[in-house]
Design a protein around this ligand. Structure first.
Ligand code: HAM
Length: 411
């Protein structure tokens, strides 16, 4: 019979990969709690309008990358392509702002984008996502960036580069867009790729982000928003840079960093690593003042980021699968029940381990213990039972000694 496989761009996480994800989640919970962040869960399915209104109808994500379908009553639903929009909806829907002046929230989970799958780019991928709502000061930007870098460090990722830019605000971006459009239109029109020819009119900032070599050459020398932004935005950015410099946080200015989602204002940042192939962005984020108002809520300032867990997983040093504390080798039938009882007792004491499920030769079972990377092999047969002992083999140095079976513990 023909086999059924995973949907293109979707992947299973077999135990080793799942252990990496569990490790990244555990560290996220630990690190983010140090900064006062609390966990929130929002659904993977939302009304399509939420994403159209927040991410922007002209973005690639909304135009061509969403998994959108009607429900049985013909309402348009979408599998979330990112978490920020859903968290903002929840923030507004439940009036979180009436309960606290500042909300610091994080979440994990699968996101869905109908992109062309390649190394580091999936149609179902996972993010850890943080949002800080209610603060507009540059200190809030500095702190969330520090938290992101601390998280990456906790995972052992220290080689990645932080890139920084500002996108201006509602007041100064329109004039910048026009200046940019005028510049882009002054270049030979037939040289732009098809996407850029459209973006040039609808979303000119995205032209700066095009990966096509000819388009990049064409847009070289384009006006930079850092220089054209209003005094308030320039002041905000300068203050953020001053804080990061003072804190010793290194970054690279990237005037082409425009991000793929339209809700961004002012600070934007990405963390890139050459080690994950062409899809080098392992985290991205920025400020989105005005987003909650666009969703019918109060005008709360906000800043956040998300890390792509599949991409972080590629950078995790070593393996993180936990190895068991013990492996019980059973030599004869009569030792089976006492072996299970011993395993049960040790697990009750918080030790992890495996027990052979039938008696067999010692050599093979020691091989199994070492394959599982157990710290100790515990050997139990008729002779040991007669003497009331268990043979304990330290798998790291090979030392072996007898210990009393009754009351035995691994301490
Ligand atoms: P984003 O840059 O679209 O931002 O995605 C954040 C991260 O998710 C990327 O840096 C990348 O590591 C990962 N990622 C994105 N698409 C894929 C994919 N197809 N396959 C694998 N990994 C992927 C956002 O999603 C914003 N919501 C971040 C944010 C939160 N901004 C403010 N708050």
């Amino acid at each position: 019979m023909a086999k059924i496989e995973t949907v293109k761009g979707f992947a299973d996480h077999l135990p080793e990969e799942a252990a990496r994800f569990a490790f990244m989640e555990t560290e996220a919970r630990r690190v983010f709690a140090l900064y006062g962040y609390r966990e929130i869960h929002v659904p993977v399915l939302e009304y399509t309008e939420l994403f159209a209104r927040s991410i922007g109808v002209e973005t690639d994500v909304v135009r061509k990358e969403m998994f959108t379908f009607p429900d049985r009553k013909e309402r348009s639903l979408t599998l979330r392509p990112e978490a920020t929009a859903g968290i903002m909806r929840a923030y507004v829907e439940h009036g979180l702002y009436t309960r606290e002046a500042v909300s610091r929230l994080f979440t994990f989970g699968p996101m869905f984008r109908y992109e062309r799958p390649q190394k580091g780019r999936m149609r179902q991928f996972h993010q850890v996502n943080c949002e800080c709502l209610g603060l507009e000061e540059p200190a809030a930007d500095a702190e969330i960036i520090l938290m992101l870098m601390r998280y990456l460090e906790a995972l052992g990722i220290t080689e990645a580069v932080l890139e920084l830019n500002t996108l201006g605000c509602k007041a100064c971006r329109p004039a910048y867009r026009e200046a940019l459009k005028a510049f882009l239109r002054s270049r030979p029109m037939d040289m732009w790729c098809e996407d850029c020819r459209r973006r040039l009119e609808t979303n000119p900032l995205r032209v700066l982000d095009c990966k096509n070599a000819v388009c990049r050459e064409q847009s070289a020398g384009a006006p930079e928003i850092v220089t054209l932004a209003c005094p308030d935005c320039r002041g905000h950015f300068a203050a953020l840079r001053g804080l990061l410099d003072g804190l010793g946080q290194r970054y690279k200015l990237n005037p082409r960093l425009v991000r793929g989602l339209d809700y961004y204002t002012r600070t934007t940042f990405e963390v890139v690593s050459g080690a994950v192939g062409a899809q080098s962005s392992i985290a991205g984020g920025g400020r989105y003042d005005g987003l909650t108002a666009a969703l019918g809520g109060p005008d709360a300032p906000g800043i956040g980021f998300a890390c792509g867990l599949e991409r972080l997983a590629m950078l995790l040093p070593g393996k993180n699968a936990a190895s068991p504390d013990f492996y019980i080798a059973v030599l004869e039938d009569q030792a089976m029940a006492p072996a299970l009882a011993l395993a049960q007792r040790l697990r009750g004491q918080g030790c992890s381990g495996l027990c052979a499920s039938r008696p067999s030769g010692l050599k093979g079972q020691l091989r199994a213990a070492s394959r599982h990377e157990a710290a100790y092999a515990l050997i139990l047969g008729g002779a040991e039972l007669d003497k009331g002992v268990v043979m304990v083999k330290d798998m790291r140095n090979g030392e072996q000694k007898e210990a009393g079976l009754e009351g035995f513990s691994l301490e």
